[in-house]
Design a protein around this ligand. Sequence first.
Ligand code: GLA
Length: 392
Amino acid sequence: MNQQLKEKLHRTFIEYYGSGDRPVNVFHAPGRVNLIGEHIDYNGGYVLPAALEFGTTLLIGARDDDRISLSSAQFPERAEFAYGQLPGAKSDQWTDYPTGVMVTLQQAGYPLSRGYDLLFHGEIPNGSGLSSSASIEVVTAFALLTLEGHPVDRKQISLWAQKAENAYVGVNCGIMDQFAVANGKKDHAILLMCDTLEFELVPFQTGNYKLVIGNTNKRRGLVDSKYNERRSECETAVNELKAAFPELTLLGQLNRDQFAQHAGLIASETVRKRAKHVIEENERVLQSVQKLKENDLAAFGRLMRESHLSLRDLYEVSCFELDVMVEEALKIPGVVGSRMTGAGFGGCTVSLVREDQIERFVREVGEAYEKATGLEAAFYVCGVGNGAEQIE
Ligand code: GLA
């Protein structure tokens, strides 16, 4: 984070909470982009996300009393409560994310021992599908566990952050976002096995190719209901495939051949398409890691393109805006791959673009996108950053 911003945030902190004779610590957690392996985490397969270089910064200072006070540099809503009386129900404000984390930590046997003032500064556009919620959850858990002197176990933090999102905020997400935000490493992608949470940091060295994230700025209206619908379609597929695989609990446990032999057990054609995406996308993740290790970016790019088509045609979670952005991206020379990233129905695309073409990419994809959709896109040229960390 640059010095100017840090100083500005310290000034805002003092404006909100007074100076006081106490240390103010600074923590950061990134957003994430998923390179490949979409809608796989809740199916217990492999995903390949990476942490971004921007995310959520938290300034936090201990108080003399028992109050927890939450404020944001972006949103006017604030919340205050006693640490022993955490709000039991959500308020449908941004403050639900940190509150949910405190409730989850308390339930896990890590209640707070004193009051704190917290000021959040978020750099991830909300609703963009770059995990602003996982970022604020993870930075909260990381900071509180650190200041309370508890062990900071990143795997455990991601599970608690996911639980806050599932049980308190009420969004039925998988583990990928919180895990990536907690465990990311600069210039590495994370190959995560979502069933066991075993992971490997895979060097993401793309030479003169850069990740360009394209924000469709399309509101992701249907995302929650469709997300839950896809999850239950996958459960249906598992139940029907049990006739051939009695031990099966998650689609990620099947390989392509096993699926091809028994796909006929799935009654609905739609559900069969959903399952086919999961089986093939899961394999594409491992192939991608192989290609990245071989430094074969062209092959990795092909897998990204296949992933997008599968999400569009089989899993049906893309939308007009995402498809236009991907199609326009692939028209620019020097683009090896492009796909939607995240849950879908809006949000962002991720493309791998040769450096000398980035200016043209931003201009031409932006213009064509606006012409086709009437929406203004935003682009972020982004390196891969670290997971959650203490800055001061
Ligand atoms: C959202 C969820 C993740 C994951 C992706 C799709 O980002 O939060 O858990 O399921 O969608 O890959």
